[in-house]
Design a binder for this molecule. Structure first.
Ligand code: PLP
Length: 388
């Protein structure tokens, strides 16, 4: 069987043809360095300027508030370390949630080694951070709050506007990792009231290796990448011109007709969730039932390992993802699922299917035709399975 169904759009997305077309000239004839002053370089300089305008427009930000980076991870690192080091004279306490991406959590672990203290807010059983818990964790020396807009594993969407308002009232900087949100949720930095926001092009039809950080005018953050005068002296390094052009085009496309697109994807999600619940016993949906990314489906299937499931799905031409970190050689259960209160043995058996714009009803039908059988076979092989 040659069928291939890609359901790992939260890991990365295919580059859209229009995005590739926008990028190609800057990988071919328009190779000038945007910092050079001769005419040959003008096209590159215009491409960077256009990309910045497109990102600013999509986020409802000012062009001077957009800084290009190499990825979402760099944007998170810069926002968090930059704000921490620039404001440490006011205090050294930072608040986050237990379910952030490692780009945030490992950055904070590093800062803890540098003398900062971090409060990791718990989440409820559906993965929500409570505004009351945030208010209660704020201290005199709190300088930064960083909470993701939507979780990459379970899809739960956080009440960012409410959380950012609490930070604002206390004059504390607020950063959100919106890497999973762009192209799936409406993101308006003014409406959200955030000071910093991270994004990454490859999550919404753009190329890998380019991201951006929104930094609200007047926000005090240190330079992260020291070097040349690029990005208004804030982030040295010759610009990834083709990547920036691609990011600009991708964010423009991803934010167009958002409601219509998310409606279609949400319908596919619901079909998949309902189908799994109807055909597979002992299946647990992780994350919030409705307040979740339109394309996110995350289940735990009792008695089986996520990795074994992925391999069998792959053999059937289905690309999906699991929460536990098999690739690292360890079989640690996902920190996100543990934070929901799931016991270790259940947290090992998770499957994330993330739907994108290119997916169809036939894709979902295909998954529903093979997944119950695979789960059943793996359970039969499991020494833990008590039988039907
Ligand atoms: N933050 C979140 C929520 C993510 O899902 C990811 C990628 O999976 C990242 C940050 C890192 O982005 P990048 O791959 O561009 O470094």
């Amino acid at each position: 069987m040659n069928q291939f169904v890609y359901l790992d759009n939260s890991a990365t997305t295919p580059v859209k043809p229009e995005v590739l077309e926008t990028m190609l000239p800057y990988l071919q004839e328009e190779y000038g360095n945007p910092s050079s002053i001769y005419r040959k370089a003008a096209a590159s300089e215009i491409a960077v300027r256009t990309g910045r305008e497109q990102v600013a427009k999509a986020l409802n930000a000012d062009v001077n508030e957009i800084f290009f980076t190499a990825c979402g991870t760099e944007s998170d690192n810069w926002a968090i370390k930059g704000a921490a080091f620039a404001n440490q004279n006011k205090g050294k306490h930072i608040i986050t949630s237990k379910i952030e991406h490692h780009a945030v959590l490992h950055t904070l672990e590093y800062l803890e080694k540098q003398g900062f203290s971090v409060t990791y807010l718990p989440v409820d059983a559906e993965g929500k951070v409570s505004p009351e818990a945030l208010s209660g964790a704020i201290r005199e020396d709190t300088i930064l709050i960083t909470i993701m807009m939507a979780n990459n594993e379970i899809g739960t969407v956080q009440p960012i506007r409410e959380l950012a308002a609490i930070a604002k009232e206390k004059k504390i900087l607020f950063h959100t990792d919106a890497v999973q949100a762009i192209g799936s949720l409406a993101v308006d930095v003014k409406e959200l009231g955030v000071d910093m926001l991270s994004l990454s092009a490859h999550k919404f039809g753009g190329p890998k290796g380019v991201g951006a950080l929104y930094v609200k005018k007047g926000t005090k953050i240190d330079t992260f990448m020291h070097g040349g005068a690029q990005e208004r002296n804030r982030r040295g390094g010759t610009e990834n011109v083709a990547g920036i052009a691609g990011l600009g085009k991708a964010i423009t496309l991803a934010t167009q007709n958002l409601e219509e697109k998310t409606k279609k994807i949400t319908a596919l999600r619901e079909k998949l969730i309902e189908g799994i619940l109807a055909t597979i016993p002992d299946a647990r949906l992780n994350g919030h039932r409705t307040d979740r990314l339109p394309g996110n489906v995350n289940f735990c299937f009792r008695y089986i390992e996520g990795e074994a499931l992925l391999l069998r799905l792959d053999a059937k031409g289905i690309a999906a993802s699991s929460g536990s970190a098999c690739t690292s050689g360890s079989l640690d259960p996902s920190h996100v699922l543990l934070a929901l209160g799931l016991p270790h043995e259940i947290a090992h058996g998770s499957l994330r299917l993330s739907i994108g714009e290119q997916n169809t009803e036939e894709d979902i039908d295909y998954v529903l035709s093979v997944l119950p059988g695979i789960v059943n076979i793996l359970r039969m092989m499991s020494p833990l399975y008590p039988g039907e």
